[in-house]
Ligand binder design. Sequence first.
Ligand code: PNS
Length: 162
Amino acid sequence: MSDKIAVYPGSFDPVTNGHIDIIKRSSRIFSKVIVAILNNYEKVPLFTVEERIDLIRKALCTDKGIEITSFDGLLVDFAASVKARIIVRGLREVSDFEYEFQMALMNRRLNESIETVFMMPKAEYSYLSSSVIREIASLNGNIKGLVPENVREALLKTLNQK
Ligand code: PNS
């Protein structure tokens, strides 16, 4: 296991500027950041996992030290399989804390050698979430500046087709 490899897991349906901010901040600290999209068979996502991978890849101007992939099953098992000892999670506001605290402690119980670290996005992204973006976009609200431009275009296209 390496201290330099971090996994940044999530649903990313779709990726927001807040997520991109965390990916870029983590990639300045860790030598490799693996953005890992959960393949959640219980939920019907707006974008397929392949689309989400593609959207993140295109939104990042550089892929230096950043890998984008998907995973099934337990996050700690995935992290161990890619030799990562660090899980990165973004903390936007105090209300995130309870859920994140539970998840971090449960993940630690499942695998003591994996540590969760929290990072704060830019304050201007602290109220952003993928679900809010999906809702605003579906109601024709303006999401400019909140998601990467390629994501905004993909949202308009996908929602217009529905
Ligand atoms: O962006 P999200 O939806 O808040 O991400 C949640 C995610 C994917 C990190 C979490 O649901 C997860 O890790 N799921 C994998 C299954 C697992 O390991 N569950 C135990 C977590 S305590």
